[in-house]
Structures are given as C-alpha cells and as structure tokens.
Design a protein around this ligand. Sequence first.
Ligand code: NAG
Ligand code: NAG
Ligand code: NAG
Ligand code: NAG
Ligand code: NAG
Ligand code: NAG
Ligand code: CA
Ligand code: CA
Length: 643
Amino acid sequence: MNIQRCLPVGNDYLLGLLASCLVALVILTEEVVTKGAPQVFTNSFLVEFNNDVTREQADKVARDHGFDNAGPLLRSKREFHFIHKGLPATRSKRSIPHHRNLKTDPQIKLVAQQPGYKRTKRGYRPLISKGQVPLDKTQEPTDPYFKFQWYLKNDGSMGGKPKLDLNVEAAWAQGATGKNVTTAIMDDGIDYLHPDLKFNYNARASYDFSSNDPFPYPRYTDDWFNSHGTRCAGEVAAARDNGVCGVGVAYDSKVAGIRMLDQPYMTDLIEANSMGHEPNLIDIYSASWGPTDDGKTVDGPRNATMRAIVKGVNEGRNGLGNIYVWASGDGGEDDDCNADGYAASMWTVSINSAINDGQNAHYDESCTSTLASTFSNGGGDPKTGVATTDLYGRCTKTHSGTSAAAPEAAGVYALAIEVNRNLTWRDIQHLTVLTSKRNSLYDGKGYFKWQMNGVGLEFNHLFGYGVLDAGAIVAMAKEWKTVPQRFHCDGGKINKTLAIPSNGSLTLYIDTHACKGTENEVNYLEHVQAVITLNSTRRGEVVMHLESPMKTRSMILSQRPNDDDHTDGFSKWPFMTTHTWGENPRGRWRLEVKFHVPGQNTGFIKEWNLLLHGTKDAPYKNLAAPDPHSKLAMVKKAHEDRR
Ligand SMILES: *[C@@H]1O[C@H](CO)[C@@H](O)[C@H](O)[C@H]1NC(C)=O
Ligand SMILES: *[C@@H]1O[C@H](CO)[C@@H](O)[C@H](O)[C@H]1NC(C)=O
Ligand SMILES: *[C@@H]1O[C@H](CO)[C@@H](O)[C@H](O)[C@H]1NC(C)=O
Ligand SMILES: *[C@@H]1O[C@H](CO)[C@@H](O)[C@H](O)[C@H]1NC(C)=O
Ligand SMILES: *[C@@H]1O[C@H](CO)[C@@H](O)[C@H](O)[C@H]1NC(C)=O
Ligand SMILES: *[C@@H]1O[C@H](CO)[C@@H](O)[C@H](O)[C@H]1NC(C)=O
Ligand SMILES: [Ca+2]
Ligand SMILES: [Ca+2]
C-alpha cells in the first residue's frame, strides 16, 4: 500500500499507563496536547448518559435529536456512539449546534464530537495477483501455493536460507492446527466468501465498524486497495488440502473480520469498539496498521481505545486476556516504533519482519519494544513476498510489509492457545521470549549485533528475541505453568529540568530498590517503561539509551531525521524496552540523552519516571528444562544463582 502522508494529528491525545496488581487496577491518564495541528471533526459523537439506559432508550434519544445510534462504546450502558448523517463526514470545526442540541437533553451528561485522524495500513506496495497455478500433488500440504510459502517451510527453493522459517510443520506434527481459536483481523475487511477462508470464517465474532453492520466485506476499488485484510486472514487461517491458494499457519483456526480502516478518518470510538469487540469469542486481535510511518509522527491509542485495550488484556478471553499482535511499522530506518504508542505498548506484542535471507527488510522500523519477528517480502526476487489469499477468490505471492508479519505471529499464537487453553496474555509473551530463535537473522548493515541480556537471553534491536518457532512454542505451551502474579513498581522519578548538552551527552541515574518489601516488589522483570518529558529544537535529533543495573543497554529512541518538531517534544511518553526481560531490576538505571549530530540543537529533559513491571516470584521455577542448553534452562539457572 502506498503510505499516505499524514495530517498532523489533533489534540486531546490521551495516554494511559496501567498498574495491574492482580485485580486492582490503577489507570493514570495524561493529556498530551499537540499544539498548532490542523483539526478535523467527524460526524461521530461520544454521548454519555447520566444513568444506565437500554439500547432502545438510547436509540430513542438519538432519534429525537436527529442522530443515529451506532451502539454502545465497549458494551457500556451509559456511553454510546451517535452519528449525525446530516453533518459532513469530516469538517474543520466542531458543530456547536449539534453539540448543544444533545446537551439540552437532561438525560445526557457529556457529548464529545470525535476528532478524526489518520491510521494507515502497513504494507509495502499493492500488486494484483494473476490467479491460481495448477494443483501440485507432490507437496504436503497439497495446496498449490504451499511451495511459495517459504515462511512456513523454507527449503531454499525460493532463493532463501533453508530452515529460515516459522517451523510450523513441527507444530502441526504435534497436532496443533488452531482448532477452536479465533483471530480477528482488524483491517479493511475480509473476503469471507473466498473458498480458502469461508469455512474458517467466524461470522459471529465479526463486525463492520466502518459502516456499522455485521458484514465486513471489503469495499471494491479498481486498484484493490482493500485487499489488505483478506491477505492477512489467509496467512492465519487459509484452509489446508483444498486445492486453493496455500495454507494458513493455523489452518483449522477461525478468523473474524473487523472492518475498521475504510473511512476517511479514524476515530477513537471506531478503534475502541474494534479492539473491544467480542473479547470472549476472539482470542487474538491482529493489527497491521498504525499512526502514519512518516518518521515524524508521535501518536498512539487515545482515551477510549486505551480503555478498550486494558479491558481486553484484563478481562478478555474470560479473564485470561486478549492477545493484541501489532505490526511494528513500515517507516524504515528513519522511523522508530517506540514513537508509535500501539507498537510500544506493553499490552501489544509488537512483531518485526525478516526477509528470506535473514536480514531485516528495508522498510522495517526498529525499537526496543519489539518482542520478536516473523517473515515478509524484500528479497531480491519480487516473488519472495508472502503468498496468501487475495480478494475475490484469488491468491497472491506478493503480500508485503510488517503487515504481513503480524498475522503470521497471530497464527503461531493460535497454535499455542489450542494446545493450552489456559495461556494468559503474559504467558504468550514469556513463551515468545523463551522460544524465539536467532536462527540466521542478522543486520545486513552490521550495526545491530546480537547481545545477551543479564540473564543470558539473546536479543537484537531489530528482531527482538528472534524469529517465532511454532514447533517450540507449541511444545513448551503444552508443559507451561501460568506465570506468577504481575506487579507494577514505580522505580523512581527525576523531574528536574536539565539541559541536554548540544554536544556530549547527559546521563541521569535512578537507584531503585524495585519496591522491595512492599506489595509491589518486582524481582524478575517483564516490561520496563521510561516515561519521559522533553523538548528540543529538533525532536528527531534526540537519541536516548537506557541501561539496566545488569548493564543491558536499550536504545529507547533513535534519530528520526524527518522529525522536525520543535514545540511539542515528548510529553510523558512511555518508551518501552523488552530487552531486560528476566533481569533483576534492583540497582542503578542510567538514562543517556544526547543529540545525534552534536553542536546543532538545544533541548531540556524535564521528567524521567522509571516503571518496572514483572513478578516477585521466579517465573519459571515450576517448569522443567530438560535441555540444559535451552534458553529456559539458562534463565532458570540465572534466577537460581540469584537466590
Ligand atoms: C471452544 O472455545 C470456546 C471459548 O473459548 C469454549 O467455550 C468451547 O467450549 C470450546 N469448544 C471446544 C469444542 O473446545
Ligand atoms: C478518559 O477516560 C477516563 C476513564 O473513563 C475518563 O474518566 C476521562 O474523563 C476521559 N477523559 C476524556 C478527556 O474524555
Ligand atoms: C487450566 O487451569 C485450571 C484452573 O487453574 C486447571 O484446573 C486446569 O487443569 C488447567 N488446564 C490445563 C490444560 O492446564
Ligand atoms: C517533582 O517531584 C516532587 C516530589 O515528587 C514534587 O514535589 C514536585 O512538585 C515535582 N516538580 C515538578 C516540577 O513536577
Ligand atoms: C524547552 O523548555 C524550556 C524550559 O521549560 C524552555 O526554556 C525552552 O524554550 C523550550 N525549548 C523549546 C525548543 O521548546
Ligand atoms: C561543541 O559545539 C560547538 C558548536 O555549538 C563547537 O563550536 C564546539 O567545538 C563543540 N565542542 C566539542 C568539544 O565538540
Ligand atoms: Ca488452501
Ligand atoms: Ca512508525
């Protein structure tokens, strides 16, 4: 897809950080106002009633005031999504009369006309497929496109490195095919009549939020712009041995379509309702889109959307937590996915992509919140894209971008969930860390090396903990014991305004006990967030590294040459790293802030708050580690040595 240029996003951007202590939740919200950006308003309104109302009552109030009620926000009995068909879909000012009209109703407490903003698909370039090739019976599976699905089984025949793949055959051999697991594709719709998808389509869990009806069928355009969701769906759940296209990673699993990208502007209500749709029918939500990857946008989930994600993670899947898989971004090396609040969130699993020879793709962004990688296009041969289903019953070999990588991860997680229905959202992240492989992934530019963190886990800034291994994750999922309770510790804060030197660097220290002796004690890390406020004469020139007490260095912000912001900076922005997973957080954390090119800019760091998330108890102590060379055995040993 062509990456659209972004309109600078509107204000009212709210950021939520969450402290979760088993059931007790604390939601801190902060308003981050983007100054001077042109605003767009949609004809959607969030309407909050004073008291609980029925759907019929809300419908009547909407009608009485000339609105349509598109339904509740996140199944609320008080908050509803009203649409006024008489207003243009987008305009540059709020409509005071429409606002006032609703506000006069004594039952209504709050009315908020929804600003519109851009969310773009992550895909590299659209190409129309030429239809099917003849059936080839010599392969297992027998599907004609299986031989092009090198990301499932790489035998080198497509020009890539043999065995550089998702190792799915090893998972299938253990009986895992995704039965009774549903992945929702939040995108531009799904061709659910496609012969390779229709039997795995979960209509009950599907919805069209772009046009408010239960049928998320893609809207036709001549250039097949709306083929993105269908392509993603096939990667997860295309049927096996039916003579059509290829196979999905979890070919017996279900896909739901959530159509939500196909309207002129995104709103918080559409996003929130999409991410909160049927959380007990949907196990995994896959998103291959986000704020525009232009290397200068800093944006993320807004108020209702943040509430939806937090609710999904804490309550979805009947309390085990929904899995949100996120494409890390297609902004290339000039962007940093830590500036994307969806990819950088702890609640999402952010997935980067590697190409068939083990390098990262040229469109890949990198950042320390990436947990792992799967595969996408970018090899020398254009045919080495991702083979999958396409619109109108066709197949394609050229699905692309980190867009194509995220659904592969969703498929792998569907396999793991099938063999252990008890896996929580955190178990999935732990399993990812422990079973992903370095394989032959490398940085073609030689800049980002593989490194060991303080407990012997190998990571790479580009690829996280490596490429997902479906065989290994399924095997470990079968034996898995739910990880201990998660705690959230405020590790310390510096809130003095300090100049970032024009040349040289500023290093700040926080010495933390990681809440030792309190109810929030964290001894074994999961995610770490550095919540930072700063400004600069050029935001894109600021580079930051965070070093843990065990000396693991995370580049939490890289140079973004296109980001010329000189007014907003970052306001309580949660930079996240996964690289210190399993480490002991106690001791001295260092934050190093500098300008990429010395001597040209000035700026001030105003706040650094260190948030530590993890467990008090050793997470893997009840798990057997038969292979002494496995990552699990190494981490267990590091944890035992500490005690
Ligand atoms: C399928 O999953 C649903 C919800 O996760 C569960 O209620 C149901 O019992 C499962 N059915 C089978 C056949 O496993
Ligand atoms: C954001 O959500 C919280 C939690 O529901 C709410 O209390 C707050 O008023 C919301 N803020 C805005 C600006 O809508
Ligand atoms: C899932 O968890 C429940 C309750 O904790 C337990 O009774 C059950 O044995 C677990 N099942 C599996 C497959 O681990
Ligand atoms: C800095 O933190 C201290 C202690 O938490 C607080 O009293 C003070 O108001 C803060 N200052 C600013 C500028 O936020
Ligand atoms: C950054 O903040 C400082 C202190 O609040 C202020 O003096 C300076 O003008 C600001 N710089 C920019 C580039 O906004
Ligand atoms: C620091 O930057 C200034 C320009 O702002 C330059 O003149 C000076 O030589 C630099 N100093 C060092 C030590 O690089
Ligand atoms: Ca097929
Ligand atoms: Ca980006």
